[in-house]
Design a protein around this ligand. Sequence first.
Ligand SMILES: [Zn+2]
Ligand SMILES: [Zn+2]
Length: 432
Amino acid sequence: MMAATPPAWNLFKQIFAEHWNGFKHSHPRYNTRYYDSLVNKMLGCGDPEQIGSIEYRCLHCGEGKHLVAMSCKSSLCLRCAKVYVDNWVSQVSQMLHEGVIYRHIVLTVPEILRKTFYQQAHAVLSPFMRCGVRCLDDVFSRVSGRALKGGYIVVVQTHGRNGQYNPHLHVIATSGGWDQQAQPWIHLDYIPYSMLRKKWQWHLLTKLRQTVKTSEIRRLVDTCYTRYREGFVTNVQKGDVPTRYQSLARYLAKYVVSPPISLRRIDRYDGQRVTYHYRSHKSERVEWETVAVDTFIGRMVQHVFAKGFQRIRYYGVQATKTFAKLKVLIREAVAKVEGVVKGAVKIIARLTYRQRYQQSTGRDPVRCPHCQAEMGVWKIWHPKYGVIYDELEAIKRGKYASQAPRAAPAGSSGRTVWPTAGGVSVSLPGVW
Ligand SMILES: [Zn+2]
Ligand SMILES: [Zn+2]
């Protein structure tokens, strides 16, 4: 559920509405029901008629009304991107071990391998994520001289700043790891860059050769060893990252889950060509780019992952089942380690629709503008299932019969409403 519509939203929708059919016919890879449904959902996003709605009413004075369109949650929808980022931040924040210092590490793929990644995305992306983890465990173990298991939250991203295909891994890694034999937590102050680069090269190329067994890949792998003698580009973010625990996840969200081309950055569309701008990492300047409309659509859809693909994964001591088990042990262990700040990671709660709306408009969406009472859910309508919740009907059926009339519960608490007949459950805007 989005509160505000970004300025370039209509332009973005118009581009897809006018050119999606032409695009998919000239690019058969995308001519599938899956992509069609993503595009259709995105085109209907924010329109209550097409996508469904939740109506709030003031049950106190009867005057206040507020209609909220459901969101599409299509991975192609930039309008829903903010919701996605907020959820990501809260999900990741809750998975950080208190007191452990985390680093943000970027593992990249050299240019000559990117085409292979694009063509073989289905086969290589999962092994790609696992081999990032293996590489870091390897580096940690080598540096400390013990068999360490670190904790990693790995996010795969396929786009660079201008929307081109540039697959890389963002890893939120513990600074150090768990010694499985001796059981203490080993904190590592630094990661030697040159070792990381070479290890990453070796792990990535070995995995690639095992995964795609063609002579072309063997040739590419050999070229990579001779051309990149220093290893592949890796980046351990410096500066204040490890010390700003409270906003670590939010800081990372900016890098990790931002859409390929931010909506605010579309400057012009003349029916055939699209002009947009982005901030270049290389020049640190704002760069403009004008591309044919098919290229623009291609730059957006090439970053959509296959159905069901998990682009955020947890490994090692961050893995869900290990996390709970090690939580206490790690907390005790890090408390003894010098230079580690206790209680550093603050859990950031999920923002509800209500909070998000309030953040962007300064107004509480479920507060009645007439009498200031809290409004309640009045009606939920879904284009496929019709009316699935109706407060008026509930009242008629005697919802309040056994007690004095009271205000309906606020819609902000993230309840799931079950209809009395049928089997449809719908998440209210607060759920997310
Ligand atoms: Zn009212
Ligand atoms: Zn949407």
